[in-house]
Design a protein. Structure first.
Length: 245
């Protein structure tokens, strides 16, 4: 992104210096006429701005998804409480508890850490900085959606689960599931849009023939030819550098 912005700013400088040449600036190549360069500069700015907006949209979508998924551990606990109050059997509650715990990361318990040297029990009452912690494989966003789907299906089979709160009823949980799926879909769309816009911007700015890089370098060569390398104006123009990637 820095290189994109750098080239756009550099073209603006070259165009400004070329304007100082006045009526002597009459290139035979239409692609480096002042009107053409002005149009290229404007198009480049719009392209760069579109990339910045797409980056912002993606960041916003990521934050919104994170906020929504961060509420799942609490939701799982609330479902457990309502299921217990509703009279769900102990065995069914245990199965439900196993499913809802998939929303949380679990510490990796290495059997070797439970015993000290010589088979003596080790003190595991306090967490150790040396204890490896494994992120639960079921914590990806897609897997969290699958976990909620499993919980909903399980609750549908339980006649005892019938909370009066709409957001915790099976219908409300299905609406929550649809919202989570929408967040995942939004991320995919935002990433795709950003990749597409970045590709267009890079082509427009870095192409060595038709892009900002190519036309600016050609403009500098033309100005060197008509002004001469020892003129103060050309020396200023020659100091403007462009990045090709």
């Amino acid at each position: 992104m820095k290189a994109l912005a750098y080239n756009v700013a550099a073209l603006d400088k070259v165009l400004g210096l070329a304007t100082k040449v006045g009526d002597s600036y009459k290139p035979g190549n239409a692609s480096i006429e002042r009107t053409a360069l002005t149009a290229l500069l404007e198009e480049s700015r719009k392209s760069f701005t579109a990339v910045l907006k797409a980056e912002g949209d993606l960041a916003s979508a990521i934050n919104q998804r994170q906020d929504a998924f961060d509420k799942l551990p609490l939701l799982g606990m609330q479902i457990m409480g309502l299921a217990e109050v509703g009279g769900m059997s102990r065995k069914d509650l245990q199965d439900l508890d196993k499913m809802r715990k998939r929303f949380r990361s679990q510490p990796f318990k290495d059997p070797a850490l439970k015993n000290g040297r010589g088979g003596q029990a080790a003190d595991v009452s306090a967490p150790s900085t040396e204890t490896p912690v494994r992120r639960n494989r079921q914590l990806s966003f897609d897997n969290k959606v699958v976990t909620l789907e499993s919980i909903i299906k399980y609750l549908e089979e339980q006649g005892s689960y019938n909370p009066t709160e709409p957001e915790f009823a099976v219908k409300g949980l299905k609406e929550k599931l649809a919202q989570l799926n929408a967040h995942n879909t939004a991320i995919i769309g935002a990433k795709s849009e950003l990749v597409s816009l970045r590709g267009e911007a890079k082509k427009l700015i870095f192409d060595q023939e038709t892009g900002v890089f190519g036309r600016a370098r050609l403009t500098q060569k033309y100005l060197r030819a008509i002004l001469g390398v020892n003129t103060e104006l050309y020396k200023s123009i020659s100091k403007v550098k462009f990045k090709n990637k």
